[in-house]
Write a protein that binds this ligand. Sequence first.
Ligand SMILES: Cc1cc2nc3c(=O)[nH]c(=O)nc-3n(C[C@H](O)[C@H](O)[C@H](O)COP(=O)(O)OP(=O)(O)OC[C@H]3O[C@@H](n4cnc5c(N)ncnc54)[C@H](O)[C@@H]3O)c2cc1C
Length: 416
Amino acid sequence: MRYSGLKVLAEGLRGNKGWGAAWRKPDPKPEYDVIIIGGGGHGLSTAYYLAKNHGITNIAVLEKGYIGSGNIGRNTTIVRANYYMPGNSEFYSHSLKLWEGLEAELNYNVMHSQRGQLVLCHSDGQRDTLARRGNAMINQGDDAELWTREQVREEVPYLDFEQTRFPIYGGLMHWRGGTARHDAVAWGYARGADARGVDLIENCEVTGIDIDGGVVRGVQTTRGAIRAKKVAIVVAGRSSQVAAMAGMRLPIESHVLQAFVTEGLKPVIDHVISFGMGHFYISQSDKGGLVFGGDIDFYASYASRGNLPMVEHVMEAGMTLMPMIGRAKVLRSWGGIMDMTPDGSPIIDKTPVQGLYLDAGWNYGGFKAVPASGWCMAHLMATDTPHEVARRFRLDRFRTGHTIDEEGTGSQHNLH
Ligand SMILES: Cc1cc2nc3c(=O)[nH]c(=O)nc-3n(C[C@H](O)[C@H](O)[C@H](O)COP(=O)(O)OP(=O)(O)OC[C@H]3O[C@@H](n4cnc5c(N)ncnc54)[C@H](O)[C@@H]3O)c2cc1C
């Protein structure tokens, strides 16, 4: 079923009786060509692009909860391509281009809003760093504008420009950055994959990976054994646990990241604003809630709720940057489990087990990566060669020393 304005109108007149379910609820078959473990954004987009770009449709996505129950439905929805390091730069640039055509591609309103992302700086040294980052973004073909303090004040007058601890020196504006509705991205890819024949199996936890002679043969699940020629581990915060089922120990630590949303307010924050000194970022949802967050909780955990010290820290940082926020009431907070790599960059690679692939290590920045991650993972699984823009995301880079240490994207072990 194609969605359109005309369809909405027609259904409105007919009492909305003609809408079908967005995807089927099939029982698992005994065997598939490809099994994807994890029905989050990355697993679903991998299935979608395997079907769409490579014609592989005998696929099952196995999700232990329901579609959208993981980080894909828990993040603060920021989409941007403002990376500096070779490897990340071309990958996130590719992802942003896919975002720009995503709604037409999926025939689904993911509410992608390019409202601009502003990263603030608070010293001469930081401004130099932002200038260098902006030049790298422009060289990559993306957009960046270095703003003076006066330009920032004109566009975002409600920041506290008088504070002495972190005076605002200027900022880097990335106009093509913005937000999207997180769970709609999962639903859009789910619907698109299902329409191409992919089986989305919810409430189906993978409990073991069957390997024979160094070759993957299938998986054990709470709904029985399922055979497959190729298996992908795409489970974000659970990556280490699922990889351990195949005897692997990953360079990944899981940490909780919390987010907060206030009551709905009239439009006040037009852009996404990032305040690196306070580990704080904020935007306003289309419903009016201020959506904000900060750093990860500093201990490893698989709990999807955080603790009070980080709540306090985030509130303090918000008040430091924009004291007016103190008058808003926080309605909800929640957490998600982050798969933190030592260099803050992801892994899209084969594993030592033949037919077993890994897409992980998205740290706290994997939402914006969903389109390109699926695109590149599908390419890897279909052709057994890495996609050009993801070729540096190798699993063995921590052994060989080819790390992609992008400050501000992942765990900083000296700090945690
Ligand atoms: C509070 C917060 C804010 C964030 N903000 C941003 C942001 O602004 N911008 C950005 O780019 N990124 C952000 N992120 C990060 C982003 O959400 C994640 O990096 C990304 O969603 C992870 O990939 P995913 O969508 O595939 O994960 P998930 O949705 O977590 O998918 C993994 C799935 O695997 C399933 N699974 C796990 N184990 C098994 C098993 N054994 N069997 C079957 N299924 C299993 C899980 O149930 C889950 O549904 C944020 C994250 C959080 C928590």
